[in-house]
Structures are given as C-alpha cells and as structure tokens.
Ligand binder design. Structure first.
Ligand code: ADP
Ligand code: ASP
Ligand code: MG
Length: 412
C-alpha cells in the first residue's frame, strides 16, 4: 500500500469536534487505498500553557524535565485521534515518540532526529492496521529520556516520517490554506503561492514565518519529500494548498517572493569595549555557551582603541545574555562600560532567489521603509535575503509597506 503522511497542527485538533473533522479527512485517504501515518500536535494553546507552568515553577529549569512536561500535550491528541478513528471503524493505533522509537540526540528542548525505525509500525500495517497516529514534536534520547524538537517541531516529525517510510506525500494541515507571500494575518493583501522553492521557504521559516518549522524544510529538501501545506478547515482537491518544491519546478519567479517577520527581538549593545584581536570571540563565546541565539552583529568604528558592539537575540534570552556577559566581565575576560538592552525590537526580512541576479533590492527596501518614517537599527544580508531590525511598534506597517513596494499581491 502507498503511504501518506498527514500532519494536523494545534488549531486543527483544538476541540473534539475538530479532531473528528480531521479524522474524517484521514478516513477519505484510507478509502483511496493509502496506509496513513497521522502526526498530531497538542491542542491549540496547550503547549504554551505547559511551557508557562514550567517557567513558573522553575525559571532556570532542568531541560530534561521541561521536555517531560511540554511533550505531554501531543500524547493526549494522539490517543484521542486513534480513538476517534476506531469509532469510525478504521483500524488505528497511537504511538508516543519513545514507542516508535523516534531516536534523537540529547539536545533537550531542540533535539535533532537521528533515526526512525520503521519495522514496528510497518508490522502493524501488514497486520491490517490502516492508520498509525504518532505524537509529534517528541522523541527519545540515547539516555532514554524524552526529548522535544523545538517549537513547531511536529512539522519536522511529519517530514522525517515521510522520509523514513518513503511516503508518497507529506500533507501539513493547518489554519491557513497554504503558504502566502507573507503572513495573511498581518497583511490582508498577502497572496497564496501555488509553489515555493525549498530555499525560499527555508529562509522564510528561519526568519520567522512559523507556517513550517525550519528543520522540516531542511529535511524535505534533503530527502526529496513532496511537501504540501493546506487547510484543515476547507475542502481540498488534489491541487489545493502550496507545494514546496525544487527551484527548477517553479514557473513564477519574482525578485522578492516573500516577507517574513520575527516579533520578539532584542538589541543589545556593549558600550566601549576594547577594540583588540580576540574581542569578538571573548564576547560571543560566553553567549554561545549560555545558549543565547545571537543573530545580527555590528561592530562600530573604533575611537581611541574602544568601540561599541551590538547584537540581536530573542527577547526572552536577554536575561541569560546579561548574566553571561556580566560573568565574563567579572572574570576579567571582557571589559565594557555599559550594557544596554533594547527589548522593543522586531526583525523584518525580504526573501527571494531572484535577488541572486538582481541589484538594487536593498535600496528599494530601505526607500520603502523610509517613506513610512521607519528607522532601521541593524541590517544584515545574504544571497537571497535582506533583514532589518526596527522598532517593534512599526513591524506590521513595515511588512505591509514592503509587500506593497515589491508588488507581491500580483503574480509574476
Ligand atoms: P499549526 O498549529 O497548524 O502548526 P502554526 O500556527 O504553527 O500552525 O502556523 C500557521 C500560521 O503561520 C498561520 O496561522 C499564519 O499566521 C502563520 N504564517 C506566518 N507566515 C506565513 C506565510 N508566509 N504563509 C502562511 N502562514 C504564515
Ligand atoms: N505543540 C508544539 C508547539 O506548539 C509542537 C507543534 O505544534 O508543532 O510548539
Ligand atoms: Mg506549527
């Protein structure tokens, strides 16, 4: 039997009624002759609630216990989905990550998948089971502890299963009907894309578009998984949603194909550090060791041997960054006059493979922001993206202005 992977995100399993609706979709694919692997997320809001409880009990929590708590939301939906399917007369069974076992490394909270043995689930398919329901987002470490794959990780579970089982397709059911030129919740003019290249989706995801977890796109690209994003609320035909595919399979080609944003950014500046060889290493090594995800970095011009060093990181890592830098200062590893944290920043980025062969995109982006009176704090670029850090209150405006400036509402 051909195998299909179907993943349902939090809003698609938010209530028992929605679980029933999702199960009906699964039933239709079973009727077409597929053996289906269903990957489920926790009910909407549940993971946030669990994370909140962990933070409240233990702000500097033990990551192994964080994973024990935070992975539990998916267990509930997996069992409920299997029961719903059984009630519909479809032979179904649920699996938690450790039962598969979905093997990961030991990086609790952001573990990477190492192996997915297929024998266990395949044996059940051969015995007549039609649907394997797997709890997304979770796995088991070499030490035998439960791990989680980072927020949004059920997407990655789905793609990894599709690769391991050689599935015909991996369908990601969510609360929007595809991948758009930007988040349709922020820009009403956002346009749904029929197709998007892996490279572009990879950039959009890593720059904040949470419609797919970055790692899931990486895996789909590496293992050539046919990956589709579509609505769990609307009727879908064979061509519904958005297909993530190779660059060669894209007909439409614009210089900029999407705008992404990341709302909760902070800008930190070390005032007056000694400008000497090794200073960047002395600053960023303790930050890395503390698990701070440094993103943009700027070093100012130096005056009398001293300079300012600015970097950005997620706003919820500011405390950790401050602690790490203060410790390094006390240990005499670095020396600075002051550390200033601006916790009201956001990052907005434009992405497009067309930028490789087009000059002037950055200038056009900066003009569009200037026309709205938006000040740019930090800029970074790569081959197919340009990102700016701005004041958070202008984030929506910036996304809309850039969407307009690059005429993303129009097809190429
Ligand atoms: P799920 O719970 O199904 O995993 P997520 O909330 O993780 O769903 O992802 C879907 C959301 O991603 C959408 O509701 C939308 O607000 C957001 N999003 C951000 N950027 C985009 C984009 N370019 N296209 C579509 N959705 C986007
Ligand atoms: N429930 C997890 C989260 O909210 C994983 C997922 O939904 O993909 O991050
Ligand atoms: Mg998600």
């Amino acid at each position: 039997m051909p195998i299909l992977v179907m993943k349902f995100g939090g809003t698609s399993v938010a209530t028992l009624d929605r679980i029933r609706r999702a199960a009906k979709r699964v039933g239709r694919e079973v009727a077409k002759g597929y053996d289906v692997i269903v990957i489920v997320s926790a009910m909407a809001g549940r993971t946030n609630e669990l994370v909140g409880w962990v933070d409240e009990i233990s702000p500097l929590y033990d990551a192994r216990e964080y994973d024990a708590v935070v992975s539990s939301g998916e267990n509930v939906t997996a069992g409920l989905m299997a029961l719903t399917l059984q009630e519909m007369g479809i032979p179904a069974r649920s699996w938690q990550g450790w039962q598969v076992p979905l093997k990961t490394d030991s990086a609790h909270g952001a573990a990477r998948i190492e192996e997915i043995p297929t024998d266990n689930i395949m044996a059940k398919f051969e015995e007549g089971m039609k649907v394997a329901v797997v709890a997304g987002f979770q796995g088991v470490s070499p030490e035998g502890r439960i791990t989680t794959l980072g927020r949004g990780g059920s997407d990655t579970t789905a793609v990894a299963f599709a690769a391991a089982f050689g599935a015909e397709r991996c369908d990601i059911y969510t609360d929007v009907d595809g991948i758009y030129t930007t988040d349709p919740r922020i820009a009403s003019k956002a346009r749904k894309l029929e197709r998007i290249a892996f490279e572009e989706m990879l950039e959009l995801a890593s720059l904040g578009a949470k419609v797919l977890q970055t790692r899931s796109v990486e895996l789909a690209m590496r293992y050539k998984v046919k990956l589709r994003v579509l609505s769990s609320f609307e009727d879908n035909d064979e061509n519904a949603g958005t297909l993530v595919c190779d660059e060669e399979d894209i007909v439409e080609s614009k210089v900029v194909s999407g705008v992404a944003y990341s709302r909760d950014e902070a800008k930190m500046t070390l005032i007056s550090v000694a400008d000497r060889p090794g200073i960047a290493a002395a600053i960023f090594t303790p930050l890395a060791e503390a698990g701070v995800n440094v993103d943009m970095i700027v070093q100012n011009i130096s005056e009398e041997g001293r300079t300012d060093m600015t970097f950005s990181c997620p706003v919820d890592q500011v405390k950790r960054a401050e602690r790490a830098l203060q410790a390094a200062r006390e240990a005499g590893e670095i020396n600075y006059h002051d550390l200033v944290a601006d916790t009201e920043a956001a990052k907005v980025s434009v992405v497009g493979i067309g930028m490789r062969s087009h000059a002037g995109v950055a200038a056009q982006m900066f003009r569009a922001l200037a026309a709205e009176g938006i000040n740019i704090k930090v800029i970074t670029t790569s081959e197919i993206k340009i990102s700016v850090l701005i004041e958070r209150k202008y984030m929506e405006l910036a996304v809309q202005a850039l969407h307009d400036a690059f005429e993303l509402e129009k097809a190429a």
